[in-house]
Design a binder for this molecule. Structure first.
Ligand code: DQA
Length: 143
């Protein structure tokens, strides 16, 4: 089974950006711990600060052999209808992930325009949100 782990705007700064909110592990560390925790799975790791590039990646996920997607879309989660449409068009399950507990933060973060078209959401567990999302996808895909 192959999973795409996709991260959107500003997630490249994870580890140094507001570590009290997002934790002090870098994205590279989180990605390598994902691979260590799930040695039987194939991962593709992707990060971009561009909405269009993230949409292109979601569109090509199935063609690139991905069985599911773990997606931290950052702030795009709160307003990008274009990203939502791309997720809706994908025939593979997408799990929405957030490092922080978005419901305990600013009002604008309590809305996600992508949740409805995602298979599920994991929010608030720091890097463990990614681990939980992979665990869940692995479970539902059952491969
Ligand atoms: C985030 C939460 C978003 O509100 C924020 O814009 C991010 C990161 C998280 O992982 O907690 O960039 O998705």
């Amino acid at each position: 089974m192959k999973l795409l782990v996709a991260n959107g705007p500003n997630l490249n700064l994870t580890g140094t950006r507001e570590p009290q909110i997002y934790g002090s592990d870098t994205l590279a560390v989180i990605n390598s711990q994902l691979q260590q925790n799930f040695p039987a799975l194939k991962f593709e790791f992707f990060q971009t600060n561009s909405e269009g590039d993230l949409i292109d990646k979601i569109q090509s996920a199935e063609g690139e052999g991905c069985d599911g997607v773990v997606l931290n879309a950052g702030a795009l989660s709160h307003y990008s209808y274009a990203l939502r449409d791309a997720i809706a068009a994908l025939k593979k399950p997408v799990v929405e992930v957030h490092l922080s507990q978005v419901f305990a933060r600013e009002e604008f973060r309590r809305t996600s325009v992508i949740s409805e078209v995602c298979r599920g959401t994991v929010t608030g567990f720091g890097k463990h949100s990614y681990f939980a999302a992979v665990f869940a996808l692995n479970g539902i895909l059952g491969k």
